[in-house]
Design a protein around this ligand. Structure first.
Ligand code: V4E
Length: 208
């Protein structure tokens, strides 16, 4: 991957391994049966930004402002292609986000800074615009093994679950992917891609 995920104090980058799945009326009960416990329930609004010709999303870069905080999900250099698990580097540091964006948009990053206000200026200067804005209600469960399981419902009626593990070292990726797949099987979670009805998600969120 372009920059190594690290567990050093102060870093803003982690590698998120996450698998989405369809949820039904039994999903929450199944989670509780395997020992997961509900950590919190919250609601948040996301605004996803891109250029008019979708340079970011077409390159699998996902820039969003969640409740006022900028976040960027970018693809690691190497992914395990055989896995159903999505693998992204998540960056929250404004300076780092601008570095990534400048490279994709082929813009000069010199006017970049390291706080949210300066990233907003960068976004304005490069003409990035919100292309999808929606609110999500999320129930977050945790369970033994470091798993986080989210049950999401958006304000346009889309329901999805997600199993997530965070890793800090490349060497841990293969084992973590296997753990996610094993848990998904145990919970009888069904593959999401096979079941998304056409038109449910904004097309721009289904680019890859
Ligand atoms: C990567 C991506 C998008 C950006 C949102 O990523 P996501 O993991 O869905 O965020 P969220 O809010 O569910 O989790 P959090 O960041 O809070 O942990 S939108 C589309 N993609 C690419 C993508 C895709 N098209 N389909 C699947 C199954 N995964 C990723």
């Amino acid at each position: 991957m372009s920059e190594e995920p690290t567990s050093e104090t102060g870093t803003s980058k982690v590698l998120e391994l996450e698998r989405k799945f369809s949820i039904n009326e039994n999903s929450e009960r199944k989670l509780q049966e395997v020992g997961a416990s509900c950590l919190r329930e919250k609601s948040f609004e996301d605004s996803y930004y891109d250029s008019v010709d979708y340079q970011l999303t077409l390159s699998d870069y996902w820039l969003r402002k969640r409740e006022g905080n900028w976040e960027l999900k970018s693809p690691p250099e190497k992914r395990k292609p055989e896995s159903d698990v999505a693998q992204y580097i998540e960056t929250t540091n404004a300076g780092e986000i601008v570095q990534y964006l400048s490279a994709i948009l082929k813009t000069d990053p010199t006017h970049a800074g390291d706080n949210a206000d300066q990233i907003a200026k960068f976004v304005e200067k490069t003409g990035l615009q919100p292309f999808a804005v929606f609110r999500t209600n999320r129930k977050t469960y945790t369970m033994e093994g470091g798993f986080q399981i989210d049950l999401d419902e958006t304000d346009f009626g889309y329901k999805v679950g997600e199993i997530e593990l965070i890793v800090h070292q490349n060497e841990d990726v293969a084992a973590a992917l296997e753990k996610i797949d094993t848990l998904a099987e145990k919970l009888e979670f069904t593959n999401l891609e096979a079941e998304i009805p056409a038109g449910v998600l904004p097309d721009t969120l289904l680019v890859i």
